[in-house]
Write a protein that binds this ligand. Structure first.
Ligand SMILES: Cc1cc2nc3c(=O)[nH]c(=O)nc-3n(C[C@H](O)[C@H](O)[C@H](O)COP(=O)(O)O)c2cc1C
Length: 374
């Protein structure tokens, strides 16, 4: 059975294929009276859009979004606001080139989803990967633009922190740098290095993986639903559900296994504002599946693009052995455009948990609690 909806109260259903007429989503459960324009959504889509540098696929898709429903001009404020009804968003595909794929009509691309879709559904949409194509992630980014507005004060940012074996120098981290280079890289020096490095990969007809880090600030303490909808578990599921993602970490992630208890546990003090102040953030802003109020930090590993020019051994859908070479237009490092997609998934999960928390608990408990009378 297919499953194209995620979220519980902030619920997103996406539709569309790589070479279909259009793709899009329906966002159900968005609260009413939130200011929202197509430009708010377009700004996020423009960050994911293909063809913006030589380091991403040259498919030219404007990814122009249309809001079909769920937004209304409020006469009192003069603003376009959400109505509380389903918000339907449409993005037309305008630059499909199905003939690029005719040579692989019956052949599976190793590392792509052709074989598994075929063995499950008995159909092979060879044109750009059909529903398995990352064209679908445009709809996630559009939904994420709405999610960002649901939680007051929420800021979700992402950055590419590793390409192939090359990690950035975290001492050089500058969020402003992310918008200044084609890699979403916060380290200007590393970004310069990635230019030559990825040019080499691209010209060799190969591809390379990457690691992306997402940081969400302004996540209210208390979000998360133990024990089967822990915030970290749902973030991991959402990020793992992005095409080509093979691993997710929260906070120190796998590195926590090599730390001692003293090094790993985030010690606490009372801050000047009377709220708890953590002296470190190894936990990535989540304890017991519930947000601590610290920044929520997640990382995910993206595999190298499977569509490469080097000949690969494969089989056809008729059971013959074959070699396959994938031409067409592909990202040499899909991790780059995965940055806004990761941000969107994190924003959607946090918006969903914000509404679920409000539904069950309302305002969080007023910490600190008074001492019982002796
Ligand atoms: C932003 C983005 C762009 C992608 N572009 C391509 C691409 O150009 N060519 C390709 O073969 N795979 C691309 N992928 C990856 C495939 O969609 C993915 O590997 C495929 O659906 C198989 O799924 P899996 O890798 O999650 O198992 C991209 C992924 C993302 C996140």
């Amino acid at each position: 059975m297919s499953f194209n909806t995620f979220g519980h109260l902030f619920r997103v259903t996406t539709f569309g294929e790589s070479h279909g007429v259009a793709l899009g989503c329906v966002v159900d459960g968005c609260p009413p009276r939130i200011p929202l324009t197509a430009q708010d959504i377009q700004a996020e889509l423009d960050r994911r859009r293909p063809g913006q540098s030589r380091f991403t696929t040259q498919r030219q898709e404007p990814d122009a979004v249309k809001i079909l429903s769920g937004v209304f001009r409020d006469e009192d404020s003069g603003q376009d606001v959400t109505t509380g009804t389903p918000i339907a968003l449409l993005i037309e595909n305008v630059d499909q080139r199905s003939k690029d794929y005719s040579a692989i009509r019956d052949k599976y691309r190793p590392g792509h989803a052709g074989y598994t879709y075929d063995v499950k559904y008995g159909l092979h949409d060879y044109r750009g990967g059909g529903r398995a194509s990352a064209r679908e992630t445009a709809a996630r980014v559009a939904a994420g633009a709405i999610a960002r507005k649901v939680v007051p004060g929420l800021v979700v940012r992402g950055a590419l922190v590793q390409m192939g074996p090359h990690r950035i120098d975290r001492a050089n981290w500058d969020w402003d740098e992310v918008a200044r280079n084609p890699f979403f890289c916060p380290d200007a020096k590393a970004a310069k290095f990635f230019e030559d490095y990825l040019d080499g990969v691209r010209k060799a007809g190969s591809s390379i993986g990457a690691v992306i880090e997402i940081v969400a600030e302004g996540v209210p303490a208390g979000l998360g639903a133990p024990v089967y909808a822990k915030l970290d578990a749902e973030l991991a599921g959402a990020l793992m559900g992005i095409n080509a993602v093979k691993g997710v970490e929260i906070g120190d992630g796998f590195a926590a296994a090599s730390l001692s208890g003293e090094d790993n546990a985030d010690e606490m003090r009372v801050g000047n504002d009377g709220r708890p102040r953590f002296l470190s953030n190894h936990a990535g802003g989540i304890l017991g599946g519930i947000a601590t109020g610290q920044p929520v930090v997640a990382r995910f590993a993206v595999k190298p693009t499977s569509s490469i020019l080097a000949p690969r051994k494969t089989v056809t859908r008729h059971g013959e052995e074959a070699d396959v070479v994938t031409t067409g237009r592909h990202d040499p490092c899909v991790g780059i455009r995965a940055v806004p997609v990761g941000e969107a998934m994190v924003a959607c999960v946090i918006a969903d948990h914000y509404l679920r928390h409000r539904g069950q608990v309302g305002d969080s408990a007023a910490w600190p609690f008074s001492k019982p009378k002796a």
